[in-house]
Design a binder for this molecule. Structure first.
Ligand code: SF4
Length: 450
């Protein structure tokens, strides 16, 4: 049983795994194609890529867990077991599973496979955790709806099973993802790995006969106050509002457990998990480095200083988020958990780009641009070992430095610029960020969410 504290980062692609490990992850989790809850946005359709990921992580002395946590229908069972044969042969450190039937079949056919019980199994009480521990499960990934006191009791009652808890990232408005909303609205079943995140959709009101339009092609502010009243609850008014971006009626804020890391550790949690396999390498890098510093300080000093706590919060706030809550850890957040005005992008900084080539002799960097860059922008270069700022001055579209430009667009051509610093071997993990520009609104759709 592992008792070392572990920072567990999402591994949505080989590239993201590379960044997460470079910035301090002890372990990553990646989805088995078709059988994880990120079935659509999953690079690992090619088993060779999963093998590469397993070998890459193990070569660095870290761990990798493969997620296969769907609730299967009958017609998926045979295919699942065939896929498991291939995955077990790769020797990942564990499989993250939910479905009791699939767990039973896996244990019968592959007794050597280590299984972690997914949060999808709704691990909300010690009796359930004990049941699964007695069945041979090595780790329970706790339901995100638990208070710290409940986690402590689970640990006291079942001390000899590893506990893993989410500390950061998006959360569902449904019970740990056991939700049919996406299926209801877009015929994509979250429990089969194809959630369309319908809870975060922005809706706009159409058919506003009072304003003379059946379908509004442009935003026209709604006049007056609109209130929903449920038939059986007369007098309990729920205001609905809409701005030019629509209305978000079920959008949960994101989890940020920075203030509860020590309490979680004291309650028995050993693995601190970050959500976000679909998010960028910028997110993977900066969230990993924030929590790495916090966990290191906790282990060294048995506490996290206010200075480190503030730095961590500032760091994670540079990545895309919907506003933060500490989940259910202190208590049910109730209305504070909802972000009804916007979908996301309240981050303080933007993902400017990443270094994809560097010549140590000439100190010429090749940069893949992620969001629009303009001459004069203040860029922060972040590597696993250092951080420095530059003002963007001369930059070019070509390596020969014959095609100067004053701006470059995200998703367009790479740019080249000379740096005063040597990035050394860290160049391939270098992330570049910049503060939001005044001209950009926080909700602008063209911004690459980080
Ligand atoms: S629709 Fe929202 S609440 Fe439902 S599973 Fe998807 S992300 Fe979670």
């Amino acid at each position: 049983m592992n008792t070392e504290l572990e920072l567990l980062m999402p591994g949505g692609s080989l590239d993201k795994i590379r960044y997460a490990i470079a910035y301090g992850a002890d372990a990553v989790y990646a989805g088995v194609p078709r059988y994880s809850l990120r079935a659509r946005e999953n690079e690992f359709f090619d088993p060779e890529l999963i093998k590469e990921a397993v070998d890459f992580v193990h070569a660095r002395g870290k761990k990798i867990y493969l997620t296969c946590n769907i609730y299967a229908h009958n017609n998926k069972i045979n295919g699942f077991m065939d896929a498991m044969a291939d995955m077990v042969a790769l020797k990942p450190d564990a499989f993250i599973m939910t479905d009791p039937g699939l767990i039973a079949l896996t244990k019968e056919k592959f007794p050597e496979a280590v299984i972690h019980l997914s949060t999808q199994a709704n691990n909300t009480n010690w009796a359930q955790v004990k049941f699964w521990k007695d069945y041979g499960i090595e780790r329970a990934i706790l339901a995100r709806e638990l208070r710290i006191e409940e986690i402590r009791e689970i640990h006291e009652q079942v001390p000899d099973i590893e506990l893993e808890a989410f500390v950061h990232g998006s959360i569902c408005m449904a019970y740990s993802g056991r939700c049919l909303l996406s299926n209801y609205l877009s015929y994509r079943d979250a429990n089969q790995g194809t959630c369309s995140h319908s809870c975060r959709w922005g809706f706009k009101v159409n058919g506003n006969a009072a304003q003379g339009d059946d379908v509004r092609t442009e935003y026209v502010p709604l006049e007056g106050e609109f209130l929903l009243e449920e038939r059986e609850r007369p007098g309990e008014m729920m205001p609905v509002d809409e701005d030019e971006y629509g209305t978000y009626i079920m959008n949960s804020k994101d989890l940020c457990g920075i203030d509860y890391i020590k309490d979680l550790r004291d309650a028995g949690v050993v693995s601190f998990k970050v959500e976000g396999r679909n998010k960028t390498e910028y997110y993977a890098s900066l969230v990993a480095r924030a929590y790495r510093r916090g966990l290191d300080e906790l282990q060294a000093k048995d506490s996290i200083s206010d200075e480190t706590r503030d730095w961590m919060l500032a760091e994670v706030s540079t990545t895309a988020n919907r506003g933060f809550i500490p989940g259910f850890y202190p208590r049910n957040a109730k209305a504070a958990a909802q972000e009804l005005e916007r979908s996301h992008c309240v981050q303080t900084h933007l993902y400017a780009g990443r270094v994809v080539g560097f010549d140590s002799e000439t100190q010429l960097a090749c940069i893949e641009v992620k969001n629009r860059l303009d001459k004069g922008d203040k860029l922060s270069f972040i590597t696993p070992k250092q951080e420095f700022e530059i003002e963007l001055d001369e930059f070019y579209y070509d390596e020969a430095l014959t095609k100067p430009t004053d701006h470059a667009h995200g998703g367009g051509k790479n740019i080249y610029l000379k740096l005063a610093m040597d990035l050394g071997e860290d160049f391939a993990s270098t992330i570049i960020r910049m503060p939001y520009k005044e001209a950009q609104t926080l909700r602008k759709r063209t911004v690459v969410a980080a």
